[in-house]
Design a protein around this ligand. Structure first.
Ligand code: SF4
Length: 247
């Protein structure tokens, strides 16, 4: 793993998903096999494999403090092309410091992670006016998680973290994206712990080799995704949890 401390030029960037996005890191230690964010390699000149480098934007909080006063208030996605709570965040606390700034300025934030490290910052999140926390949970089967996301936290840990956040009165959501084999059993685990769910299929091909290696190719067909979308939608409806299917 090659870790470099860098100084970024900008941090509060416009986004097509929410109004803005903040990425305190370039690269991600989780290195998920299907990750679309590996396109970042092209823009940053990294030759290493995705998941084997991280640029730590040590000036992220200072930049955010300067940029936030110049921009129109909007919802900020933390983060789009890295996990803001990847293991390095434990040491650098860049995400935490950025959230403190957003809270101080009363900006809303959508925090999206796969890591229970977010629990460390519950004090900041709870005191903010409009922060919500989403966990990406792609399957209920931790064996499947291990082949697609070997370096990301176990599913059980993510569900437990969601439960703690939800019980603390924090608005929570789950992002089932991409829908992996075993996702059909997620509604029972997620429904008690989230306010809403977003489901998206796999739209890119980086992880094709994993499907091939483990004989799972039928689990990325149109019919698989449509059947899974129908099933997830009906199960979440039965739990009275709003479920938005994107595909
Ligand atoms: S946690 Fe997200 S950003 Fe990180 S490797 Fe996995 S999919 Fe990519």
């Amino acid at each position: 793993m090659i870790i470099k401390e860098v100084k970024a030029k900008h941090i509060l960037n416009e986004s097509k998903v929410y109004d803005y996005v903040v990425n305190p890191y370039t690269g991600c230690q989780h290195g998920c096999t299907y990750c679309y964010a590996r396109f970042m390699k092209r823009f940053t000149g990294h030759q290493e494999r995705w998941g084997e480098f991280v640029d730590v934007k040590i000036n992220a909080p200072a930049l955010l403090s300067a940029e936030i006063i110049k921009k129109k208030r909007g919802r900020v996605w933390v983060s789009g092309v890295c996990d803001p709570y990847q293991p390095l965040e434990e040491k650098y606390e860049l995400t935490r410091r950025c959230l403190e700034i957003l809270r101080r300025h009363s900006w809303p934030a959508i925090i999206q992670t796969r890591s229970p490290l977010v629990l460390r910052d519950m004090d900041v999140i709870r005191e903010a006016e409009a922060f919500e926390v989403g966990f990406t949970v792609t399957t209920a089967d931790d064996g499947v998680r291990r082949i697609f996301e070997p370096k990301a936290p176990p599913i059980e840990d993510r569900i437990k973290a969601l439960e703690r956040l939800h019980l603390a009165g924090i608005r929570t959501y789950a992002m089932i994206a991409p829908v992996l084999p075993g996702a059909e059993n997620l509604p029972e685990l997620l429904a008690p712990n989230v306010d809403y769910v977003i489901v998206d299929r796999l739209n890119y091909h980086y992880g094709d080799w994993v499907y091939k290696k483990y004989g799972l190719e039928d689990k990325r067909s149109d019919s698989f995704f449509h059947e899974m979308g129908r099933l997830l939608s009906s199960k979440f409806r039965s739990f009275n949890v709003s479920c938005r299917i994107i595909f």
